[in-house]
Design a binder for this molecule. Structure first.
Ligand code: PGA
Length: 253
């Protein structure tokens, strides 16, 4: 935590919840929120974004999409484009989540195009990066994440780079209950800032929020959030229950 930077607590609901559960989850979170200057963002399944957004009206909760196509519009059956995302009032979009990269085969090039499209339409891209277990074991964690960042930011001006939020999510920690230690996470977050500094400037490196994600739970959040380069978290499983998400948001309040 470094309060000079924006602090963001985000919940990725993945392909879970019915419409009723989604609305109730949003209402429950809204009701339990204390006054906080942290940014709270939820990513419901896309079909529920509109009703969840309506349920969050008048609350500080921001709503986002879990994915988006990069073309403005066209014959792309089954896809949701940036104009549609914008039209719902959503303010964030997850880009390059590991499940998109590894289950649906999204490439760094597609992810780059999605980041550009989000920025062009005034939607904040939450860019997910992270290494596989094999890459960590082969000593390639940093080079993997560096490549993902360099490719995602390719050609972006510093002004546009500042519109991106990064989430470091080691793939071996997602949904496995095997959270990264605060030290492992901190070391990668510092490396991400170093990469941004090489690509841009000290200011860019020091301003972009870098969140940690991967098996974040109420009982491990405190250690992670105490780290100087961790500016919040992206939570999967533990964001599907009002109480556990609130317990995470309330850390060190
Ligand atoms: P998890 O998921 O918290 O269930 O590990 C994190 C994520 O996929 O964003």
């Amino acid at each position: 935590m470094n309060t000079k930077r924006k602090q963001i607590f985000a919940g990725n609901w993945k392909m879970y919840t019915t419409q009723r559960e989604a609305v109730n989850l949003a209402l429950g979170i809204a009701e339990g929120l204390q006054k906080t200057d942290r940014e709270i963002v939820i990513f419901p399944p896309s079909v529920y974004v509109v009703c969840v957004k309506a349920a969050c009206e008048g609350t500080p909760i921001k709503v986002g999409f879990q994915n988006m196509y990069f073309e403005k519009e066209g014959a792309f059956t089954g896809e949701i484009g940036p104009l549609m995302v914008k039209d719902t009032g959503a303010s964030y979009v997850l880009i390059g989540h590991s499940e998109r990269r590894h289950i649906f085969g999204e490439t760094d090039e597609m992810i780059h195009k999605k980041v550009v499209a989000a920025i062009a339409h005034g939607i904040t891209p939450m860019l997910c990066v992270g290494e596989l277990l094999e890459e960590r074991e082969a000593g390639k964690s940093e080079s993997t994440v560096e490549t993902q960042i360099v490719k995602a930011f390719e050609g972006l001006t510093a002004e546009d780079a500042l519109k991106v939020v990064i989430a470091y999510e080691p793939v071996w920690a997602i949904g496995t209950g095997k959270v990264a230690t605060p030290e492992i996470a901190q070391s990668m977050h510092a490396f991400i800032r170093k990469t941004l500094q090489t690509l841009y400037t000290d200011t860019v490196a020091e301003t972009i929020p870098v969140l940690y994600g991967g098996s974040v739970k109420p009982d491990n959040i405190a250690g992670l959030y105490a780290m100087p380069d961790i500016d919040g978290v992206l939570v999967g499983g533990a964001s599907l229950k009002v109480q556990s998400f609130l317990d995470i948001i309330r850390v060190a309040l």
